[in-house]
Design a protein around this ligand. Structure first.
Ligand code: SF4
Length: 347
């Protein structure tokens, strides 16, 4: 049996078979076709929208690839107030969003009390909507308090599951071990958990990617976000090339086949390295898009990488643009919380 069919039938591939799929463009057509069939079986043609609110670009960490790392003294810092965050959600709700993703650097200003207050206000004001947090590594107690305040989902990319590779992308105070512990804590508390990795990050090997896929199998997340590494000029990786759309698309299809139920975004970084990146991402197995609801005045300050798209448009314009892109790719945006479908049932 050929490797793609084996994967589509949920059979485990050995490391050699996975490496062969990752390294060659020979299977791309078949991978995309099978991935699309699987996503249609589980989610039909639905694409879920998540309203992204980037609320702080302060961060205590210094990840070598990130434009808002502590060490970038040229980053213009901002924090949104609780009222500003709620106003973004208000606008998003009127536009049909039923999930709000609060994303920020690891900013100690947003301690548990402050963040819990914001989460519970959103849940009270919009009881039909889900709150997703993406605020990095915190203690188990902190995750528990936030969950009790009403956050049901958490995004924390592991970025690379290989310890040595992790050490080449981050300062020594950070570790893959702690990142993984956080992910398992979140899962055990009851969150719908999202993880993922960068494609084409400096020093990444095919073996590293196999290790990422193996780690994701172990974690079994509900959401999986991958995107190409995109260079930022004010980081230690300024001279590295960005990752490719081609490999990212191939991996999106592999992930869809390995995780039929997963909620997988076609990311902004994919749209940044290729003008049709998000449409191609949807055709390759992705089923989520995350338009930006942050106020336009702060959009160009949340720059994790250079050339980020969609920093100038108002939220309504972003939604209209994405709606057209989603339709052109052959899918449709739905107004729905977009919870994970673990039953694997068809729509
Ligand atoms: S990647 Fe995240 S944790 Fe690392 S510096 Fe950037 S915002 Fe901070």
């Amino acid at each position: 049996m050929d490797t793609v069919k084996k994967l589509a039938l949920s059979r485990d591939l050995d490391d050699g078979e996975l490496s062969a799929l990752i390294s060659s463009d020979r299977f791309d057509g078949e991978l995309r076709e099978q991935a699309d069939a699987v996503r249609r079986k589980v989610y039909g043609d639905a694409v879920f929208i998540r309203g992204l609110v980037e609320f702080t670009n302060y961060c205590k960490n210094d990840c070598y690839y990130c434009g808002i790392r502590r060490g970038n003294k040229n980053a213009e810092r901002f924090r949104l107030t609780a009222d500003e965050i709620l106003a973004c959600c208000e606008e998003g709700h009127a536009l049909g969003f039923r999930t709000f993703v609060l994303q920020g650097g690891e900013d100690p200003f947003f301690d548990d009390g402050t963040l819990c207050g914001i989460v519970s206000s959103i849940r009270e004001r919009f009881p039909d909507s889900a709150v997703t947090l993406s605020v990095g590594e915190r203690s188990r107690d902190s995750y528990l308090e936030l969950y009790r305040a009403g956050a049901e989902r958490y995004l924390l990319r592991h970025e690379t599951a290989d310890n040595a590779h992790y050490g080449r992308l981050h300062p020594s105070v950070m570790s893959a071990e702690n990142r993984k512990k956080c992910l398992f804590d979140l899962k055990e508390i009851g969150y719908q958990v999202g993880s993922g990795f960068m494609v084409g990050s400096p020093y990444q090997t095919v073996e590293n990617i196999v290790c990422d896929l193996r780690f994701l199998k172990e974690l079994d997340p509900d959401m999986i976000g991958i995107g190409p590494f995109v260079t930022h000029s004010e980081t230690p990786f300024a001279n590295f090339e960005s990752g490719s759309a081609e490999l990212t698309l191939r991996l999106l299809s592999i992930l869809r086949l390995m995780f039929p139920h997963a909620l997988i975004p076609a990311t902004t970084s994919l749209g940044t390295v290729s003008p049709t990146g998000r449409e191609d991402g949807l055709r390759s197995g992705a089923n989520v898009v995350m338009p930006n609801l942050s106020p336009v005045r702060v959009r160009n300050k949340y720059l994790l990488y250079d050339g980020k798209i969609c920093t100038g448009e108002e939220s309504a314009q972003c939604v209209a643009c994405l709606d057209a892109r989603v339709r052109s790719a052959g899918y449709r945006i739905v107004t729905d919380r977009g919870d994970v479908r673990r039953d694997g049932g068809s729509v």
